[in-house]
Every structure is written in C-alpha cells, then in structure tokens.
Design a protein around this ligand. Structure first.
Ligand code: X2X
Length: 343
C-alpha cells in the first residue's frame, strides 16, 4: 500500500469507527463517559444466583459512591471463559476481579484448599469464625505472597455441597464406588472422591451441564442454590444430602490493577466488595435452606445420609492424614482451632 492510499485507508477506518462508536447509542456513551476506571468482575455462576444479584447491586453502588469514576462490569456465567481461563486472565491482568473457590485456587496457591477439607466445619458458626478469623487470614496471606493476586477480607458463600447423579441414591459411602463424578479442577477435590473410591473427573463448571446431559459423567456435587439456578436438576435424578464440604468464593483482585486506583477509590471498592459479600452470605444460606421442596417438585429424588459413615471412610482411606502432611502441622493447627480434632 502506498503512502497516500495508506493514509486514506486509515482515515476511512477512523471515520467509520467514530460513526460506529456514536452509533452504539447514548446509553453506553453516557454510562461510561465519566468512568476513569473500567474494571472487569468475572465469575462462573448464573446471573440469577445470589452472588450475581449482589454483585450487580455492588457495581451500581460503586458507581454511585465513586461519582461515576469506577465502572465495575459484571461478567457472570463463565462469559469470559472457564475458571481455568479466568484464573489465567486475572493473573495476567486481563480481568480485574474474579470470584473463585479456594479449592480451585489451590491449583495456584496449594494452601488455599485447606478450608475445603471434607466434613471440617460442623456449621456456619465454625465456617465464619474460621474464614473471618485466623484461617482466612492465613490463606489470604499465602495468596498475596505467592501470586499476582490478593483476596478481599470477606469470603462469599457457596454453601455445603450435596451429590447429585443420574443412576442411584448415595446412602452410604460404598454407593460412590466407581461412580463417574465431575469434580471442579482441584487436587483436593480429586483426592477426596478417590478416597471414597469414586471415579472423579475434573471438569470446569462451564461444561458441567453438558457433561451431565451427554452422560460423560453420572453425577456432580454442588450446593442446592447452584443445582437450582444452573438447572442441573434437568439432567440429574438423585440428590443425596451429604453436606460433605463447605465451599466459598474468594473475591480475588489483580494487585497491579488495584494499585492503579487512587486510595479513595480503593476504599470504595473494598468496602462495597466486603459489604456485598456479607449480604450474599445471608441470601445464599437462605436459598440453600429453602430449595429441597422446590426441587422435589422438579423431579429430583432426595435422601439424607449419616455424616459419620462418610467421615469414617475418609479417615480409613488416610485422607486426613495425607492432607495434614501436605498442609503441615502449623496450618492444620489453625484449621483445628475452629473445627476441633479432625482425625
Ligand atoms: O465448579 C463448581 O462446582 C462451583 C460452581 O461450585 C465452583 O465454582 C467451585
């Protein structure tokens, strides 16, 4: 391309994009006109889950509190990729904030998984005491020390996890033998279901519905709020209430992106993320507690189980001993400070 035609070409292109941009309409121009910082907040959950309901409210509040200087854009439902993709993106700074299970974060910061030990927390009093106390502080310190990320103080809730599948009710640990189960990508998850003699496969949440539908796996495990909002009941028959693990979502931030914000905006973001997290905890627990009847009407067959039988199986498979060794005596002591002796 000669110089002149090249210049003309560039001129045409920029004229075209100016028209295209104004053609986007008044909405986006006005909404983003004043924003100095446009930030991406991403996660894997449906827009109807309490996490995203509260995230959208939080984004609106951040816009108001910052007088339009911060535009926090919520990308739900793995729109920006699977958890594995999103974790790479936030590490590189292509995503600013990302909600991630401590166990999946374990692929990057191994110690983060400690809150996911099977049957560790007896109830939510123990969960929040630990996660808002020394155990959470220990994990956040590891995250900041070992990655380009940091975690906000208040972890959000996912809930106690239950097992669904398309073949049989899980009444006792032996019923899991050989079952093809989807687990999230995380060493601890795989280890735990191997200890139950199941056949776990790591699959990102973005692919779970189709993996169940096409019967690549028989089952999966998740809190009821996810089984409901992601409509997993459409492709599953049995739901066994095992409460085998509590799970949450750290709100992770990219350090470099956060450090670009002036102090007053950092404070606005921090305050609103933590406030939204606390509200989301209340909503998520209420939803998890209310869904059994609703999902029975959708055809899911429920059964309850005896925790102690499952715990005994993990114990005899050496699960606690193995992870105690991996995390080390100090970290384990911090966990047991809240849970009592685990094995
Ligand atoms: O992947 C899952 O199962 C989910 C949605 O619960 C997590 O993000 C850990």
């Amino acid at each position: 391309m000669g110089n002149i035609s090249r210049r003309r070409f560039l001129k045409t292109i920029s004229a075209t994009s100016a028209v295209a941009a104004s053609g986007l309409g008044l909405y986006s121009t006005q909404a983003h006109a004043a924003a100095e910082f446009t930030l991406k907040f991403a996660n894997n959950l449906p827009i109807t889950h309490p996490m995203n309901v509260r995230a959208k409210e939080m984004a609106a509040k951040i816009a108001t509190d910052s007088k339009g200087r911060v535009d926090m854009q919520v990308y739900p439902n793995s729109q920006l990729g699977t958890d594995t993709d999103m974790l790479s993106q936030i590490r590189a700074g292509a995503i600013d904030y990302f909600m991630l299970s401590p166990l999946i974060l374990g692929t990057l910061v191994a110690d983060a998984q400690i809150s996911g030990i099977g049957f560790a927390f007896k109830d939510y009093n123990q969960v929040w005491a630990a996660m808002d106390g020394d155990l959470g502080a220990f994990v956040r310190k590891q995250i900041a020390a070992k990655s380009t990320l940091f975690a906000f103080d208040k972890i959000w809730d996912n809930g106690y996890r239950q097992i669904t599948n398309s073949t049989r009710p899980i009444n006792k640990p032996e019923d899991l033998k050989g079952m093809k189960l989807r687990v999230p990508p995380s060493p601890l998850w795989t280890s735990m279901f191997r200890a139950f003699d199941a056949a776990p496969t790591s699959i990102n949440f973005a692919e779970v519905y189709s993996a169940l539908q096409t019967k690549i796996v028989e089952g999966q495990e998740n809190p009821l709020a996810i089984i409901a909002t992601a409509k997993l009941y459409e492709v599953q028959k049995y739901c066994s209430v095992t409460n085998h693990m509590w799970d949450g979502f750290w709100c992770l931030g990219n350090k470099a992106s956060f450090e670009k914000l002036p102090k007053d905006l950092q404070d606005i973001v921090t305050r609103n993320v933590n406030e939204a997290g606390l509200k989301q905890r209340v909503d998520t627990k209420a939803l998890n507690d209310s869904l059994v009847a609703d999902m029975k009407t959708k055809g899911l067959v429920f059964n309850t189980t005896d925790n102690e039988a499952f715990r005994t199986k993990l114990r005899s498979a050496g699960f606690y001993e193995q992870w105690h060794k991996k995390f080390g005596p100090e970290a384990w002591a911090v966990l047991e400070k809240y849970t009592g002796k685990l094995a």
